[in-house]
Design a protein around this ligand. Structure first.
Ligand code: ACO
Length: 422
């Protein structure tokens, strides 16, 4: 063993030392290969929340949390959102390269044609009560897809992988729109394949059952939502992706793996934060109450957290938030964003970015802080904020699921514990 590329652990109880290989990636921190740690030392590594644990090798997404950098397949997120559509980002994640003009066109066409749902799935929506949160319906309907496409339990070939991925990406917006329409008690609107993915989603949310719209969908609205989808497309080994991969590691069907990821995303500490941000800003009520609210957040005896602030990985600006802030500023005049909520948000941000409490803890606005205000301006109900995150993120989940499935060395995910019971 070349000692230079090893890391030595010494057990100070008996002075015994153990060497482990250091593995370097192409970017970011190296890792210590601790897979033989237990067999060599008869001890486990204790790392609640996996703050120092790399669970896989991946070539999909790279994040530098200190620099605030997010890269997919070698492309910076700012380049992707400024120069490419969401469907091109989907293509990039699935195929490891951006599409040519022809590839982009045929991919778009296929996604449109696959956007319809199996007819029987409609009855599942009807089993949900009025007012059901769309995240609960969405998670159930995606799990149900595993019954409609059961034979894909054993996806083996690259073609089968890719077809399964295109199917789920194209159907998710339809399921999300149906979940919303059922929840508020209005008839479903089927996809219009004459419309691009993102425009089609807005159409399915807004149209009357006869396909008429109260007002045409504006290009700027499509562009804003398309950017939001791109910014959510993937984020390496976050909680929901890890959930998808944990379920996938057991050999379960891809669609139930994604359904589990949807459930993981719903929590307020993860994707559910975008809905909570708007609820919190609304509960503050007015700009003059912001100071008092911030005092509560800083009070160690009060458990309230400032939603949309802080991130496990980004300890400087979240680059997705930077893009959304730019977008929000562009939209401010065009979409009449100067609302009471927006003014409260601006004041919260101004105070937090200069306050010792937030600065010393590296708490910056994350993607959810800005997405909620933009989605509100697009007239999207707040219960649909997290489903919109799901629509954007589905490609990331399935790409990561496929990468894990392709790796012959994949093991079932099975952490150990420190037993402290009787
Ligand atoms: N408001 C106030 N204080 C906060 C916040 C916040 N939003 N986030 C962290 N802190 C404080 C903690 O109280 C703690 O303070 P202490 O050291 O005095 O005890 C310190 O900052 C570190 O907090 P941790 O919880 O250890 O940080 P962690 O990295 O585990 O948490 C998380 C990250 C869950 C995102 C957290 O910042 C949070 O709860 N934020 C609000 C929810 C949110 O916006 N989630 C969306 C995340 S982005 C996404 O999932 C797409």
């Amino acid at each position: 063993m070349d000692k230079k590329n090893t890391f030595t652990f010494t057990d100070n109880r008996d002075g015994k030392s153990y060497d482990f290989d250091i593995i370097n990636g192409t970017r970011g921190p190296s890792v210590i290969d601790s897979s033989s740690f237990y067999s060599k030392t008869n001890m486990f590594l204790y790392d609640p929340g996996f703050t120092s644990t790399a669970n896989c090798k991946s070539d999909i997404t790279f994040i530098d949390g200190k620099k605030g950098e997010l890269i997919h397949r070698g492309y910076h997120i700012s380049d992707l959102v400024q120069n490419h559509s969401y469907l091109d980002v989907v293509y990039l994640l699935l195929n490891s390269k951006l599409p040519t003009a022809n590839e982009s066109k045929s991919f778009d066409t296929e996604i449109r044609y696959r956007s319809y749902l199996p007819e029987g799935l409609r009855y599942l929506f009807q089993a949900f009560p009025a007012g059901a949160h769309p995240m609960s319906t969405l998670s159930s309907a995606v799990a149900a897809l595993a019954s409609f496409y059961y034979k894909h339990l054993n996806v083996e070939t690259e073609d089968e992988f890719q077809e399964m991925a295109r199917r789920i990406v194209s159907k998710i917006p339809t399921i999300a729109a149906f979940a919303h329409r059922h929840s508020v008690g209005i008839p479903y609107v089927h996809p219009d394949i004459g419309r691009y993915f993102t425009e089609n989603f807005l159409y399915m949310l807004r149209a009357y059952p006869n396909g008429k719209l109260r007002a045409p969908i504006k290009d700027i609205e499509v562009r804003a939502l398309d950017t939001i989808f791109s910014l959510h497309a993937d984020h390496e080994q976050n909680a929901s992706t890890t959930t998808v991969k944990t379920v996938g590691s057991t050999g379960a069907h891809p669609y139930v793996s994604i359904s589990a990821g949807i459930s993981a995303l719903w929590g307020r500490a993860h994707g559910g934060a975008n809905e909570s941000v708007i609820a919190q800003l609304s509960s503050i009520g007015s700009v003059d109450k912001v100071d008092e609210f911030i005092k509560k957040v800083k009070d160690p005896n009060d458990s309230v957290r400032l939603m949309g602030f802080g991130h496990r990985v980004y300890k400087s600006f979240d680059p997705r938030a930077t893009e959304l802030k730019k977008l929000r500023d562009q939209l401010k005049t065009e979409l009449d964003l100067d609302t009471n909520i927006m003014q409260i948000a601006d004041k919260v941000e101004e105070i937090a970015l200069n306050d010792e409490y937030f600065v010393s803890r590296n708490l910056y606005p994350n993607i959810d802080f800005y997405s909620g205000t933009i989605l509100t301006a697009l007239d999207i109900p707040s219960t649909m904020f997290t489903p919109i995150f799901v629509i954007g993120r589905t490609v990331g989940w399935i790409t990561q699921w496929m990468e894990q499935k392709r790796d012959p060395k994949t093991k079932i995910t099975r952490p150990r514990q420190l037993y402290i019971g009787k």
